[in-house]
Every structure is written in structure tokens, then in C-alpha cells.
Design a protein around this ligand. Sequence first.
Ligand code: ADE
Ligand code: ZN
Length: 347
Amino acid sequence: MTEFAPTLTEKTAAAPKAELHIHIEGSLEPELIFRLAERNGVKLAYNSIDALRAAYAFTDLQSFLDIYYAGASVLLTEQDFYDMTMAYCERALADNVVHTEIFFDPQTHTERGVAIDVVVAGIERALADAEQRGLSSKLILCFLRHLPEEDALATFDAALPLFDRYRHRLIGVGLDSSERGHPPSKFERVFAKARAKGLKLVAHAGEEGPPSYVYEALDLLKVDRVDHGVRSIEDPALVTRLADTRVALTVCPLSNLKLCVFDDLTKHTLKALLDEGVAVTVNSDDPAYFGGYVNENYRATVEALQLTDAEVYTIIRNSFEASFVTDAERDALIARLDAHWHANAIT
Ligand code: ADE
Ligand code: ZN
């Protein structure tokens, strides 16, 4: 061991990693919200950046979503979507994210009269630029679960040409927004259509909702990954099933803390799930609102749950295993992780 050996947090921060749960609208920092509001002549309910930030004291998922949708109201032009996405890519690159799978919520924009083509074109242009700088990416279209399934079906139909035009990027659908009272079963038909088109499928489940929502996501929507899923620990049979099938959970520790899913990070279920063999990953969810990008999520989780070098390696490896890249790309990403991990003994 040399005196220059890194701590586990430093080694983790420097490691190549994938992020699999990031809502691009949740990366809008208050400064950019105000800049875009001014550029577009949009009136905000808060008269300063500090006043907006002071409102980020959430009690549950809905209290966050109300502010998150208000923040997204400043996004009007293709350049706005580009600027938001590029700002996230800069933060991801700074955290040594080498691959990211990004959610976007088209209904949040189309209901304000912004065409879905404008949304995807701006995001795509930024992702193509970021790819030149070493950040590969996929895009996942999320349906808002508080709205009727008919709206999701109409959104899916409107997006059909985009799934073809951007097939290298736009590879799947997801389900987000208010979980309680909106079970996955409500979206069985639209997920069946997406499945028939060969798209990847993910859904938020077991964030605030019960384990039965995770079962529905698996059995009715037939998802490839579960977003959050932290309440799965309440059902031992579900934990066994997740471990046996290796259906990954995209866990977002700081989000869970800020939305009061857990009152302290030391009580987070990530380590218990990991101990049971579940393929957990660490992600930022809505980093502009929850106080940290992916490395800050790792740092806080390593510290609160006293994770070991081997456990962090497994979590980062899971992020590549669970990603929607090709097998050859996955092998190359894991080889990069292995090279970094084995070259760095920690203090
Ligand atoms: N949309 C953005 N962040 C979300 C979260 N954590 N849960 C559900 N929907 C969301
Ligand atoms: Zn989320």
C-alpha cells in the first residue's frame, strides 16, 4: 500500500460506471430554470433562485412532483432540451459515467403544446455531442402514470416514427410519476404494444408503492428492470425471485432520503437487497432536486451502509450488466471497470 492509495469513495468516484435511472427533467438546476424562464418569457412562481431552492423540502413523492413539473414548464424550444441535456452530460462525465440511460416525460411537454419531435431532437443532439466525448447513452420514453392509459397509448402512437428514426438511441419505454393509486396494471395494454415493437421495458415500482406493484411490473408489464423497487424487501418471496432472475433494481438512495421513503440513509434497504443477491445499482433519479449526482449517491451510500470494496465493485458491475447495450459493449465496459478496480488498492 502506498501513501497515495485512494479511499473507497475516491476509487468509486474515479471508476467508470453506468447510470440507469435519471429523469432528464430532474437534472434542471435552478440556475438553468431561471435562465430558460428569462429566455422564453415564462413566469415562475418563485422570484429568485434561492426562493426556488428553499421550496425543495419534500415530504413525499407528490410534493416533489408538483415542483418538478413546474420547473419543466420553462422548456419550450429544441435548444432548451439541448441545453438541459448537455448540462447533465457535463455532470455525468465529471463523475466518470461512461454510459447513461436517460428517461424523459413527453407528456409533460406535449400538454403545453411542445411537439414530441422538438423534445427528442434537442435531447438527441446533446447526446450525440456527448458521445464524441466518451459518454454513450440510450433514451427511454416514460408514460405519466397519473394520466389515463388512453393518453399513454396516444403518446406511444405519436412516438412511433421516432422509435424508428432514433432507433440507435430511443430503445425503450418506462412508467413514472405518482405511484400510489396508479398500479402497473393500469398500463398493461400500452406496455404490450411496446413489447410487440421489440422495445425494452422498465417501470417505477416499489418506491412508495407496495411489493404487489413490483409483482405487477414483472408479471403484467414484463419489465426488464424495476426502477427503485426498494420496498421489495418487505416480501421475501419477491426478493428471492429478483435474485434468481437477476432483474435489476435501479436504486436512487438520495432520492429515497429526500422523498422520505427512509428517514435516514442508514435504514436504506440497498445493502439488505445486495446481501440477498439482488442486482441493485446506484443512480441519481433527479439530481438537481435531491442534492447529488451519481458520485454523491455512491459516496453517501458507501458511508451510511458501510459498503466494502467488493460490494461497491458488484454494484458498479451490476450497472453494466443491467444496461441495454450489446453484449460486446457490455464486455468492453466491464473490462474497463476491472482494469480500474484492480489497479487501485484502497487505504
Ligand atoms: N419522475 C421523476 N422522478 C420520479 C420519481 N422518483 N418517481 C416517480 N416519478 C418520477
Ligand atoms: Zn425515477
